[in-house]
Design a protein around this ligand. Structure first.
Ligand SMILES: *Cc1c(COP(=O)(O)O)cnc(C)c1O
Length: 339
């Protein structure tokens, strides 16, 4: 299968599996797992935070961050398109009684900082208490630049808000900007990283922050049922991913640009209104194309795509290369009976 649905479909490679099978393990709820401890220490150093916590998923990492920064009746500001607002089943509200205050994202993924300032509630018992701004980088495959992050940090400092980064794909941002990841993380009180997307680990995310924050998050993780025992088998994959799979993300970005360009050869497909900055390709598809039928035929030819509604998201990752993109384009061309 050539799978364009997501970078979460990446498979652990042989070397990663070898490291996993040889990992020293212990009971991580007791703090006894040497491989989890190694991953957490490595992560803190690599990302410039005091402490790190290995958690089951990006969703759990975001939820823990919101719950650790905010109490019941508090609110956090985020983008209307933020993953931790739109795609995490309302966890902050359901499990934390924390009110999200979404603000529209600009087409480039930023949130206008004047609107952020205007949404911060004054100290008045009518309002929820505004505690935190959550940004996402990359967001919809787009990169928030360092100047913007710096301006956002100045604003949140001014209003004494915490600043959280949903950095599920922060390494795609760092690679696209050509900077060390610390150039991004320096502007945040807390940050998440997904190990299980383009970095290729099978399971897991990291949450980072200061000691006090991570201790709070550790208690909350237990409460949410996220305390794991011999988790070193998974942490070993995370260590491998951070040490070996970061720089190759540049290939995914190259391949995404190639895919975005070639997909315009298909009738009714148009990627021109989206800027490909990382590994996500968005395109418009004319209503004359039956997306469901198209996806089904692709699937029967070993190509997996998600049929969107008059649009489509295609994702590049280590399981996709230029040859496989060519196979997709050729197969799609034969579907449309063109060459
Ligand atoms: C994938 C993703 C998450 C959630 O990660 P899971 O591990 O799937 O729970 C959070 N934020 C962003 C921006 C993501 O892309």
């Amino acid at each position: 299968m050539i799978d364009f649905r997501s970078d979460t479909v990446t498979q652990p490679c042989k070397n990663m599996r070898r490291l996993m099978s040889n990992a020293m393990v212990g009971d991580d709820v007791y703090g006894d797992d040497p491989t989890v401890n190694e991953l957490e220490q490595y992560s803190s150093k690599k990302h410039g935070f005091e402490a790190s916590l290995f958690v089951s998923s990006g969703t759990q990492a975001n939820l823990l961050a919101i719950l650790a920064h905010c109490d019941r009746g508090d609110e956090y500001l985020c983008g209307q398109d933020a993953h931790n607002y739109k795609y995490e089943a309302g966890g902050a509200a359901v499990l934390g009684s924390v009110q999200p205050q979404p603000i529209e994202n600009l087409p480039d993924g930023r949130i206008c900082l004047d609107k952020v300032a205007a949404a911060i509630k004054p100290n008045d018992f009518h309002f929820a208490r505004t505690k935190m701004l959550s940004l996402e980088n990359t967001i919809g495959g787009q990169v928030l630049g360092l100047d913007y992050l710096k301006d956002a940090r100045a604003l949140t400092k001014k209003y004494a808000l915490k600043q959280h980064l949903d950095g599920a794909r922060v390494y795609n941002a760092a690679i696209a900007l050509g900077v060390d990841v610390k150039e991004i993380s320096q502007y945040f009180d807390s940050m998440t990283v997904c190990l299980s997307k383009g970095l290729g680990a099978p399971v897991g995310s990291l949450l980072m922050g200061d000691f006090e924050f991570i201790e709070k998050a550790r208690r909350l993780r237990k409460m949410l049922g996220g305390g794991m025992r011999q988790a070193g088998i998974l942490a070993a994959a995370g260590i491998y991913a951070l040490k070996n799979n970061v720089n190759r993300l540049a290939e995914d970005h190259d391949n995404a640009r190639y895919l975005a360009q070639r997909v315009n050869e298909l009738p009714g497909f148009d990627s021109s209104s989206y800027d490909v900055q990382t590994n996500l390709v968005f395109l418009n598809v004319d209503e004359s194309v039956n997306m469901q039928a198209f996806a089904e035929v692709m699937f029967s030819n070993g190509i997996n795509v998600t049929p969107g509604y008059q649009g489509m998201r295609l994702v590049t990752h280590s399981g996709v290369n230029k040859d496989k993109i060519d196979v997709f384009i050729d197969t799609a061309k034969s579907y449309f009976k063109i060459d």
